[in-house]
Design a protein around this ligand. Structure first.
Ligand code: NDP
Ligand code: A1CAB
Length: 281
């Protein structure tokens, strides 16, 4: 098996602890990027989830996290913040013996908490991906603690780059703001899609027409944002004819406090990250 090497800490095999939605997205990205699925080992308590991961990606799956991490050089913690402490405690002995590169995708949980719960002295990369990772169109913020060397950074970057863009953050305190911006961000866009669709139906359009119009508008606008090289304000200006329809809509958004509302929403998510850290310590 490709996972057995003399030095587990440098083994190229990757263990995922937690095989839920985000782990699935990341594993899909890794396998699509050409990583050998035989070297990807996933622990999840749910038998159905395990079977699906094996069938869909050809990875190895285990009910027991200790079995999944055996021999793996990189451990990706992909469980909910609420169970992270308990999960880490169960693996502390193995972590101290194997000295893996620890990668977490959990909201809120700090690198210091992960390190402490795993027994201390470990290289830890705290990351925040998002669900478009499933399509390779995600973005991940990453923070490395002082024990992560250049090779560890590169390993973590390669892992998350298979899910999309990567952005390194020097100040860990800002990782909660990453969560509030891009980690939770896809849900903000989906909410906008829901609201546009509902508004279109309220104006008399058929539901399927409303859905196509809203979806393709978001897709086209997102492509212009990423492909045109123009700032969003300039792209917006070009849609907005003087005294035209867009101006009427934008003035309505501004009068309703749209920007302040977005800032408050991002702040609430950011603050919640800190609360998750404190509540689960
Ligand atoms: N969803 C998102 O958009 C994003 C989520 N995240 C973070 O990713 C993490 C996972 O989120 P998500 O994938 O949505 O959650 P899920 O609930 O889908 O996945 C977590 C998985 O971990 C399993 N699990 C629970 N206990 C253990 C254990 N002891 N050993 C192994 N597996 C276990 C759960 O099983 P069971 O359900 O049976 O308990 C579940 O399948 C969270 O920390 C979240 O903050 C980060 C970025 C974006
Ligand atoms: O809602 C959450 O807590 C997770 C983290 C970012 C996206 N989903």
């Amino acid at each position: 098996m490709s996972t057995a090497t003399a030095s587990p800490g440098s083994s190229s095999s990757i263990a995922f602890i937690g095989g839920g939605n985000m782990a699935r997205s990341l594993v899909g990205g890794l396998v699509a990027a050409g990583v050998d699925p035989a070297g990807v080992r996933i622990a999840d308590p749910n038998a159905q989830a395990r079977e699906a991961l094996v069938a869909d990606f050809g990875v190895q799956a285990f009910a027991d996290a200790a079995e999944a991490v055996a021999g793996a050089g990189t451990w990706v913690f992909a469980v909910k913040p609420q169970v992270m402490r308990e999960v880490c405690a169960g693996l502390a002995g193995a972590a101290q013996a194997g000295r893996p590169l620890v990668v977490s995708i959990a909201a809120g949980i700090t690198s210091a908490q992960l390190d402490r719960w795993l027994g201390g002295g470990l290289p830890v990369v705290r990351t925040m991906p998002n669900t478009p990772a499933l399509l390779g169109a995600g973005v991940t913020g990453l923070y490395a603690n002082a024990r992560v060397d250049d090779a560890g950074r590169e390993r973590a970057d390669r892992l998350l780059a298979s899910a999309g863009a990567t952005v390194w953050i020097d100040d860990e305190a800002l990782m909660d703001a990453v969560t509030g911006t891009s980690g939770s961000g896809p849900a903000y866009v989906f909410l906008l899609a829901e609201a546009m669709e509902a508004a279109a139906v309220a104006e008399g359009l058929a539901p399927d027409a409303a859905r196509t119009l809203a979806q393709q508008t978001l897709l086209g606008a997102a492509r212009m944002l990423t492909e045109s090289g123009e700032p969003p304000a300039e792209l917006r200006r070009r849609v907005t004819s003087p005294n035209g329809t867009t101006q009427a809509a934008i003035e309505t958004f501004e009068a309703g406090g749209f920007r302040e509302l977005v800032a408050r929403a991002v702040h609430a998510a950011t603050r919640r990250g800190g609360e998750l850290s404190a509540a689960n310590d």
